[in-house]
Design a protein around this ligand. Sequence first.
Ligand SMILES: *[C@@H]1O[C@H](CO)[C@@H](O)[C@H](O)[C@H]1NC(C)=O
Ligand SMILES: *[C@@H]1O[C@H](CO)[C@@H](O)[C@H](O)[C@H]1NC(C)=O
Ligand SMILES: *[C@@H]1O[C@H](CO)[C@@H](O)[C@H](O)[C@H]1NC(C)=O
Ligand SMILES: *[C@@H]1O[C@H](CO)[C@@H](O)[C@H](O)[C@H]1NC(C)=O
Ligand SMILES: *[C@@H]1O[C@H](CO)[C@@H](O)[C@H](O)[C@H]1NC(C)=O
Ligand SMILES: *[C@@H]1O[C@H](CO)[C@@H](O)[C@H](O)[C@H]1NC(C)=O
Ligand SMILES: *[C@@H]1O[C@H](CO)[C@@H](O)[C@H](O)[C@H]1NC(C)=O
Ligand SMILES: *[C@@H]1O[C@H](CO)[C@@H](O)[C@H](O)[C@H]1NC(C)=O
Ligand SMILES: *[C@@H]1O[C@H](CO)[C@@H](O)[C@H](O)[C@H]1NC(C)=O
Length: 391
Amino acid sequence: MRYVVPFAYTVIFSLFGVYVLITKDGKPIPETSATLKETANHTKFINKPVDNSPSSLLLSKLYKKQDAEQLRSVKRLNNSDVFVSLNSEELPNVSAFGTNFSDPFWAQKLCRGTDIENCSAKFKQMETRLRYSSKYNMSACIVQKNMSTMLQAIMCYLFDEDKFIASGRSVGRESHHGKFCNRKNEVDSSDNSTKAVIKMRSLMKNWNLFAIVREPVDRFLSGFVDKCVRQPYNPKNGYCNGCASNMTCFIQSEYKRIITNSKKAIPSRNFEDRHFFPQSWRCNFETEFDRYKFIQYSSNPTFEDQFLSKLFKIFQKQGVPKQRIAYINDQLSGGRTVHSTVESEARKFFEERLLSSPFLLEYVFRMFYWDFQLFQFKLPSYGSDIPKDYF
Ligand SMILES: *[C@@H]1O[C@H](CO)[C@@H](O)[C@H](O)[C@H]1NC(C)=O
Ligand SMILES: *[C@@H]1O[C@H](CO)[C@@H](O)[C@H](O)[C@H]1NC(C)=O
Ligand SMILES: *[C@@H]1O[C@H](CO)[C@@H](O)[C@H](O)[C@H]1NC(C)=O
Ligand SMILES: *[C@@H]1O[C@H](CO)[C@@H](O)[C@H](O)[C@H]1NC(C)=O
Ligand SMILES: *[C@@H]1O[C@H](CO)[C@@H](O)[C@H](O)[C@H]1NC(C)=O
Ligand SMILES: *[C@@H]1O[C@H](CO)[C@@H](O)[C@H](O)[C@H]1NC(C)=O
Ligand SMILES: *[C@@H]1O[C@H](CO)[C@@H](O)[C@H](O)[C@H]1NC(C)=O
Ligand SMILES: *[C@@H]1O[C@H](CO)[C@@H](O)[C@H](O)[C@H]1NC(C)=O
Ligand SMILES: *[C@@H]1O[C@H](CO)[C@@H](O)[C@H](O)[C@H]1NC(C)=O
């Protein structure tokens, strides 16, 4: 399969020491003079940013920590004995909801009429995280996961390009911890009434707002492998709803959490919730949906071209200079030359298990019904009907 496991690239590069240094002496990357046209071929860029050498002791320590964690991760992801045995039970072949799986259109018929009770709520006031660039009158709403880390770094760069470069930072290496723009261009809120959000709303009245949205099944799988296999958040304390790496258990319990929270005014926000609750619950979409442009994203490389062109179209419209866009493009697509489609044993295993089980998929469709509808992702049929290049 052709999708790419987010961290796998970094891991492989860490293992073999194949860092691609953009400058030979670790100096900040100069602005490139490449035009957009010359760098237009951005195949397979996602999660494979240019990896620059650290320019300070602090950054060097930060990168070492990242690399060590990635080594530990690859071991867990490869440790199939553990996760296979936790998922060894045979899956039911009958719907938990009375759905007729023999009907080839069963997935398309979910959540209609009274069946909506067994699906997530459309909108919630869960969490809004904005990363903006006042200079270009634009703001991105980010939702946890890899692409948001990248977008956050890009918005940080566009907040103040010269300072960002001068500090020796690079888009590919900015992570949540120790990030350059910490609190500078950020508004985070758990509801729609905090001062910061209200202030931003009036400031951003004529701004260009956009959000990156991820294909729901791909997002679920990626989140599950990341949080329930690779790097448990609270390993001693029953992570992933006490299910550890048992996907059936996690899907059923997370479905229940989503349904329960669908009925609350303000949903809960524990670590897992923030990675698994619907994307439509974010960004104050209930009132701001019409103002947003959506950039769809999934592990499927076919998303990559439209992804970048949509993003750059927004940047161009907002007057971001060509060479700045070219720098971002270089950071995302240049540098690394190895195009291996590395995937972990874990992702392979769980993707196969989920996609071949209508029983499990039905829960996932019901959890993310509105993400499919609102962000215009096609609802796949199940099992062998799912095209191999679905993601
Ligand atoms: C871009 O890709 C196309 C088709 O894959 C190829 O024909 C073209 O030469 C490439 N351009 C560059 C600049 O690499
Ligand atoms: C993707 O996510 C993983 C896990 O959170 C992280 O280790 C990796 O550095 C991220 N990659 C990028 C490019 O953000
Ligand atoms: C993953 O496991 C396989 C065998 O199960 C082994 O050959 C391979 O070297 C392992 N890879 C890593 C990165 O640990
Ligand atoms: C479903 O499972 C039951 C028992 O687990 C089995 O008897 C039945 O043949 C299965 N039906 C199909 C259509 O696979
Ligand atoms: C389930 O769907 C199949 C195919 O559409 C149909 O032949 C069958 O009668 C349906 N079963 C029930 C119980 O409705
Ligand atoms: C579907 O929703 C109804 C009404 O809320 C509820 O009684 C039923 O248990 C739900 N079914 C499942 C499988 O969760
Ligand atoms: C941003 O908005 C301000 C005020 O509305 C306007 O004066 C300025 O030209 C805009 N800048 C861009 C790059 O659109
Ligand atoms: C804020 O959220 C509340 C409750 O979720 C809602 O009633 C209200 O309309 C929202 N206001 C705005 C401006 O979005
Ligand atoms: C995984 O969890 C499900 C649901 O709680 C349970 O029925 C199943 O037995 C568990 N699987 C294993 C192998 O423990």
